[in-house]
Design a protein around this ligand. Structure first.
Ligand code: SAT
Ligand code: MN
Length: 595
């Protein structure tokens, strides 16, 4: 570390953790390229990673087969009162959870280096920035944090002697006995994994997993779960949303923030290449938006991250050309397949599977093998700055003013292509009832509807009923400056299972209609579920789509919507007296409009 650590609390916390976890050595990260290169070389030498011949400065990691994704059933939101965590979160009382985890942490870093990572979520110059310190025993985590957050000595300088930080403690939970050889991906068995949050103390404790959001604690743990609780206390918003800028042929900018559950194309929309003439888009973020009311009364959004941690399978030049161009170099790949010429491969990438590869488990793979070569949750970690359509304003300290919120999900039927909310309260209702049909990637029967309010179910750091109330409060504060709210469904199918809408870049046609609504250029049609486009209001120039399909995409199936009401009512009931009356009223209003 090139600067001296003067922060008393930080020094004390690092000492305390070192005493508990007993690492062989302590290393303070400076965030430099030299540090990254050194750690990668060491991991390549030990066999923990494979440098990729085909992609400059890029590496492939294979995780332990038991450690491949976020573990929602081992994720805890710990308040003294269970009610404060609410019905959608796992809960254990703080004292008990700390006792269990302290036992696990005791001596857990034997034989390993303890890395101290000072990081900032959001550009350090931003008034929205929050400082975290992650302590970890995983060099893989250090390198990923270099990409996903702003790591370095500047953070230590900003902390000064008494600055506030969010302590994020992480261990893979695999101490080494003297002389014991390490494995490529150390981790602990599932029953001793814990991803714990103590929102009252702004504290994160994670144990046993080295993968993604379980281990890169700036992301879901800090920027969503802890931040959502802070945001509620402090009057701002931390949301699971992409941020994009749409530019009209006249050069007018519209800023959009959109929330979708996983496997609904969030990263694709974040990097959209509009197919309609003259319209352009820029990406500002693909996963998280922090939003605060600015001096002019509008809502300003910042992406707290500095990289993308994207799902690899399904990413291709067809689905997301800008992501493909982003990951040509300086990328960490995890659980992708390795080709014989030293490149990565995954299912539904552009090229067909080669005759031979090494699969994500490190085994020989050939097309006869029925298992996928890449894990379905294989990932790429890449600097956002490498995205060809990254907005020049993506690191603007004050963020960008949001004009439009979009919610959505994957529904084969019932939900039309696009619907505008009548007003803020109705929009909150749309967000609160957002749902998606389960795909092969989810547990449970394929095609089951799962409600995922605001796509925040796994990420809300407090009672979801109170979270709904916070949305109403924000709307009251924003008043006439509130963004307009829309709901989309790109995933409608015919009875025969054919897609009704082409999706991807063609979704720009729907975004344009939203902008036209803001400009008062189109009136839409009022229906029981909200405002829909008139068929002629969608710009379909150059798109081949039958009238029959278009009609179906914009039809409100009143019977099917009536059938939704009891399910929503039941879903709301679990929040008991924490459910805002305004939300229940929205359901009643919709039911009455449908009657
Ligand atoms: O592993 S992460 O939580 O970072 C990614 C995701 O599940 O969305
Ligand atoms: Mn996400």
């Amino acid at each position: 570390m090139s600067c001296e650590v003067k922060n008393t609390k930080l020094k004390a916390w690092v000492n305390e953790v070192a005493e508990l976890t007993q690492p062989d050595s302590i290393y303070w990260c400076d965030g430099s390229k030299a540090e990254y290169d050194r750690l990668m070389s060491k991991m390549a030498a030990s066999g923990a990673t494979t440098p990729l011949k085909k992609r400059p400065n890029s590496f492939l990691f294979r995780s332990d087969p038991s450690d491949v994704a976020r573990v929602e059933n081992r994720t805890y939101i710990s308040y003294p009162d269970k009610e404060d965590a609410g019905p959608t979160n796992n809960w254990v009382a703080p004292d008990e959870l700390k006792k269990t985890m302290s036992a696990l942490y005791t001596g857990c870093m034997h034989g390993r280096t303890m890395y101290v990572i000072p990081f900032s979520m959001a550009a350090i110059t931003s008034p929205m920035a929050k400082i975290g310190i992650e302590i970890t025993d995983s060099p893989y985590v250090v390198c990923n944090m270099h990409i996903m957050t702003r790591v370095g000595s500047k953070v230590i300088e900003a902390l000064g002697t008494d600055g506030e930080f969010i302590p994020c403690l992480h261990s893979v939970g695999a101490p080494l006995a003297p002389g014991q050889k390490d494995v490529p991906w150390p981790c602990a068995p599932i029953e001793s994994k814990y991803i714990s949050h103590f929102p009252d103390e702004n504290l994160i404790w994670s144990y046993g997993s080295g993968y993604g959001g379980n281990a890169l604690l700036g992301k879901k743990c800090l920027a969503l779960r802890i931040a959502s609780a802070m945001a509620r206390r402090e009057g701002w918003m931390a949301e699971h949303m992409l941020i994009l800028r749409l530019i009209s042929p006249e050069g007018k900018q519209y800023h959009i923030a959109a929330a979708f559950p996983s496997a609904c194309g969030k990263t694709n929309l974040a990097m959209i290449l509009p197919t309609i003439e003259g319209w352009k888009a820029e990406c500002l973020g693909d996963d998280i938006a922090w939003m605060k009311i600015g001096p002019d009364g509008r809502l300003y959004a910042t992406n707290p991250e500095s990289g993308f941690f994207g799902v690899a399978p399904g990413t291709s030049y067809k689905s997301n050309p800008m992501a493909m161009d982003t990951i040509r170099e300086n990328t960490i790949f995890t659980n992708c397949a390795l080709t014989d010429d030293g490149d990565i491969w995954w299912e539904m990438i552009d090229d067909p599977a080669p005759e031979h590869m090494i699969d994500w488990k490190g085994r020989d793979w050939s097309p006869e093998i029925k298992e996928p070569a890449a894990h379905p949750n294989a990932r790429f970690t890449v600097p956002a700055a490498q995205c060809p359509v990254i907005s020049p304003d993506w690191e603007k300290p004050e963020g960008v003013p949001i004009d439009i919120f979009i919610f959505g999900g994957r529904r084969a039927g019932v939900v039309p292509l696009v619907t505008e909310a009548y007003n803020w309260d109705h929009g909150v209702f749309m967000g609160a009832t957002a749902g998606s049909e389960t795909t092969a990637a989810n547990i449970g029967a394929v095609g089951n509807l799962r409600r995922d309010p605001f796509a925040m179910t796994p990420f809300c750091g407090y009672n979801m009923g109170d979270y709904f109330a916070h949305w109403f409060e924000m709307g009251d504060k924003l008043g006439k400056n509130a963004p307009r709210i829309f709901y989309v469904n790109w995933f409608r199918k015919t009875a025969e299972g054919k897609w009704l809408w082409p999706g991807f870049g063609e979704n720009s046609r729907v975004l344009k209609w939203m902008c036209d609504r803001l400009e008062g250029k189109v009136s839409g049609v009022a229906t029981p579920i909200g405002i829909l486009p008139k068929e002629q209001e969608l710009d379909l120039t150059g798109l081949e789509i039958s009238n029959e399909y278009l009609h179906e995409l914009l039809r409100v199936d009143v019977e099917a919507w009536r059938a939704e009401v009891p399910g929503i009512d039941k879903f709301f009931a679990q929040f008991g007296n924490r459910l805002p009356a305004r939300l229940q009223k929205q359901l009643e209003d919709m039911a009455n409009r449908l009657a």
